[in-house]
Design a protein around this ligand. Structure first.
Ligand code: ZN
Length: 424
């Protein structure tokens, strides 16, 4: 895994994107301890869902009221488990609920086409987490053990992983999460350490074109192939899905098969993420401006084609990494609306309609002739340059709405399967 898993979060009332470092380590404990973590995770979800419900019923109308509602829940003798969760952790989950509501509002305000993301109740999923702030947990002196001190009494876990927490001070750890996955339980430490790298200007600007045949083509004509493991994992996942469908409902074989499928998904997403992270860093390091097509997951249609869905997920993640490294290296990453870029003339700006099969752009207004893709590329780059002039210095505040407070790191990790995982 990469050490700079990124988290964007809001500082104070100003919406600024700050890349934070997230270190992840596996938690080694007993079955009983894991069961207690499960209870904490379930309670976090309960608080989030209760606040969404209260919002729908009109009882909660602001972030502050969400916090207050937390207290009401904790004092309610009907839900004794709420009080067992650390009080700041309860607040963290109220924030998650409010973030979902806010995201819905901002989508409505921005008139995002398609679904606006009306807040939904979270159902049980293997991949889930509980979030603590700065209390409710303690690192041992040698930083090899993590103890949870709230009333779920999960106790002390051994931390297992290659990351060295000694480099940072405990007070730099702003949040600690417990993440449950198909292959066990992990602790994530969100560390307040903004990374800045020096990069010299190289007078290169590029735009990246998404495709199914290649992972991307840049404006210099360089092509990056889809990595072979996309195909390989696609085959493996398909096989495991078939196996799962052959098992009997509720049987042990079924839960085993489900777990195997979940772990296969996990493995792909880890490989993919690693590959994307390195690729994005290289692109950022060798350009001063990177323009990409604005393909948000929101307007990507859900599809049943596995190859395509793997690609879409990869693209979304790639863009996140580009933006992350863009902030670190001071490189502008601009998402451009790709509409009409192939139709308009890049020389005179007039519209020259052409069908998909027309491969050359031949302008009747100014006589400019170019390849179809070349014309589109020039259009997109100039659109990006225009955009960078008007939004200079405001880029961060523009982009922040998509990733609200305490967004979960692995939002695209394995879905599909649930229950039963092999521990450690
Ligand atoms: Zn023209």
């Amino acid at each position: 895994m990469n050490d700079d898993a990124r988290v964007w979060y809001n500082k104070g009332s100003v919406r600024v994107k700050i890349p934070m470092i997230v270190y992840e380590m596996k938690l080694r404990g007993t079955k009983d301890q894991y069961r207690r973590l499960d209870e904490a995770i379930r309670t976090g979800r309960f608080i989030r869902n209760s606040i969404i419900r209260a919002w729908i019923d009109g009882e909660v109308k602001s972030r502050n009221e969400a916090y207050q509602y937390c207290k009401i829940l904790a004092d309610n003798p009907e839900f004794p488990w709420v009080k067992q969760l650390n009080s700041q952790a309860r607040q963290a989950h109220a924030e998650r609920a409010w973030a979902a509501i806010e995201r819905f509002f901002s989508n409505c305000k921005a008139k995002v086409p398609g679904k606006k993301g009306y807040p939904k109740f979270k159902k049980y999923q293997v991949r889930a987490s509980v979030e603590y702030k700065i209390t409710g947990w303690k690192l041992s002196e040698d930083r090899k053990y993590l103890t949870f001190s709230d009333n779920f009494k999960a106790g002390t876990f051994r931390l297992w992983g290659s990351r060295n927490l000694h480099y940072y001070q405990v007070k730099q750890i702003k949040r600690t999460r417990v993440v449950r996955r198909h292959d066990g339980y992990y602790a994530q430490f969100v560390i307040d350490h903004s990374r800045k790298e020096n990069k010299e200007l190289c007078n290169k600007q590029t735009w990246l074109d998404v495709g199914l045949n290649y992972f991307y083509t840049d404006s210099y004509g360089n092509k990056v192939d889809n990595p072979r493991f996309f195909r390989q994992s696609e085959r493996r996942i398909k096989k495991l899905q078939r196996r799962l469908s052959l098992t009997k409902k509720g049987s042990t074989n079924r839960s085993k098969a489900r777990n195997r499928l979940g772990r296969a998904h996990l493995k792909v997403s880890r490989k993919r993420n690693d590959w994307l992270c390195k690729l994005a860093q290289r692109v950022i390091q060798s350009n001063d401006l990177v323009a990409i097509e604005n393909l948000t997951v929101r307007n990507m249609v859900k599809n049943h084609c596995l190859a395509k869905s793997i690609n879409d997920a990869a693209w979304y993640r790639f863009r996140e990494w580009l933006e992350y490294f863009g902030v670190i290296y001071g490189v502008k990453v601009i998402a451009v609306d790709p509409r009409y870029t192939s139709q308009n003339c890049s020389n005179c700006g007039k519209k020259v309609t052409k069908t998909l099969s027309t491969r050359t752009h031949n302008c009747p207004h100014c006589g400019y002739i170019a390849g179809r893709d070349e014309n589109a590329a020039i259009n997109i780059l100039s659109r990006a340059l225009e955009k960078s002039k008007t939004t200079l210095g405001h880029r961060e505040s523009n982009a922040s709405e998509e990733n609200p407070l305490c967004s979960v790191v692995e939002t695209l990790q394995s879905k599909g399967t649930r229950r039963k995982r092999k521990l450690s």
